[in-house]
Design a protein around this ligand. Structure first.
Ligand SMILES: *Cc1c(COP(=O)(O)O)cnc(C)c1O
Length: 379
């Protein structure tokens, strides 16, 4: 099969979808943690990792969190999302985006994606909100559910930046808060501005399959000092500073990132520039390998943006969409790991009853996307 051969010409006979790259400092810093006995939620690597992330992303404040989903939950809670609210999310995203909304007792409201970025379509979003919602004093009300729509969560799909300026403009028109799900896009930027730094807050993930990993981990990015300090408070069981007593001023979470994980992160972020360069080389190699194959192309970064090319993505033409499953079957059977895009969230049982816009572009993209081996080590 042509697709299998093209992947193999770049990635070799067999390949995983995404494997981490470890250098020498990962084990050095981990050993240092063990020697120091600071392996848990206190220790110098957490602060160091936060500082390095701030420097890399240009975010004024970074709060390390136990994982990306928890980071999103806390960021949304601090953005004012509460029980009975609705939060606008793309249907074409990993389930964690909607789960974080649900943990707060809020309801995801699914919107469509655009072909150019694979992320929220700002024009369709404006039209949809304009047709279903009304501005009241207390906020934007969904006329058919009576619930208040509080926030919008643009997600940078596979590392490709969403049209964030346009999404921000729509959010401003309708009085919505923007929290970016930048879990997949560390190293991606739009006109030089790092993803996750445009809205009130943004969230990163350092899960094992992301561009850098802390084993499990995440972070909240924000330019708002008070937001950052409230986030730190909430993830530390809302414990009030006191020389010896246990005082907690609200129901907080145990969501901090352990020092052990942050140590891994410090070693990983040293490698990030090289990982990003490798992923660009991999994209170029795949683009070359697929240039002569009909009916399919490798998805490139949107113009004006720099993508981290976290997951390399094939997009089949409409006329070739019916070949997707055969390609997935053949490549996986041959030891070349490929995956479809996520099942659109509105089609999952727990989210089937949620409010939604027309989702035809996301549905079409989902039928045509195939992610192919993307480890930096392949370049
Ligand atoms: C990975 C991911 C998350 C969640 O991150 P975890 O660290 O795994 O909890 C959230 N949103 C998207 C889009 C992701 O890809």
């Amino acid at each position: 099969m042509k697709v299998l051969d093209a992947i193999r010409s770049v990635a070799g006979q067999s390949a995983a979808l995404h494997e981490p790259t470890f250098g020498r400092n990962e084990s050095r810093y981990l050993q240092d943690c063990l020697r120091s006995t600071f392996v848990s939620t206190v220790g110098p690597y957490v602060e160091q990792f936060e500082g390095e992330l701030a420097a890399f992303t240009g975010s004024a404040h970074v709060v390390a969190v136990g994982n990306g989903t928890a980071a999103l939950q806390v960021a949304l809670r601090l953005a004012g999302v509460g029980p009975g609210d609705e939060v606008v999310v793309p249907t074409l995203t990993f389930v964690a985006t909607a789960n974080a909304v649900s943990y707060l007792g809020a309801v995801p409201h699914f919107v469509d994606s655009e072909k150019r970025t694979l992320g929220i379509d700002p024009v369709a979003l404006w039209d949809h909100l304009n047709s279903i919602a009304e501005s009241h004093r207390g906020g934007l009300v969904n006329c058919s559910t009576g619930r208040t729509i509080r926030a919008v969560v643009p997600m940078h799909t596979f590392g490709h930046p969403v049209a964030i300026d346009e999404v921000l403009a729509v959010a401003e028109d309708f009085g919505l808060v923007v929290v970016e799900d930048a879990a997949e896009s560390l190293g991606s930027s739009d006109n030089g501005r790092h993803t996750g730094t445009a809205g009130l807050a943004g969230v990163l993930s350092f899960n094992g399959n992301k561009i850098i990993t802390t084993g499990g981990g995440g972070a909240i990015l924000t330019s708002d000092a008070e937001f950052a300090s409230k986030a730190r408070h909430l993830i530390t069981t809302a414990k009030v500073r006191h020389p010896w007593d246990y005082l907690h001023d609200e129901v907080g979470y145990n969501y901090r990132l352990p020092n052990l994980n942050a140590a891994l992160g410090c070693a990983q972020i040293e490698q990030l520039p090289e990982l990003l360069a490798s992923k660009r080389r991999l994209f170029a190699a795949y683009t070359q390998a697929f240039s002569s194959i009909e009916g399919v192309r490798v998805v490139a970064e949107p113009s004006g943006c720099r993508s981290n090319y976290w997951l390399q993505t094939l997009l089949l033409d409409e006329t070739s969409a019916d070949k997707r499953n055969a390609i997935l079957e053949a490549t996986n059977a041959a030891g070349v790991m490929t995956r479809p895009a996520w099942t659109p969230l509105h089609r999952l049982d727990p989210y089937a009853e949620c409010p939604r816009a027309s989702l035809s572009v996301a549905e079409s993209l989902q039928r045509r996307i195939i992610n192919i081996p993307s480890s930096a080590g392949l370049a």
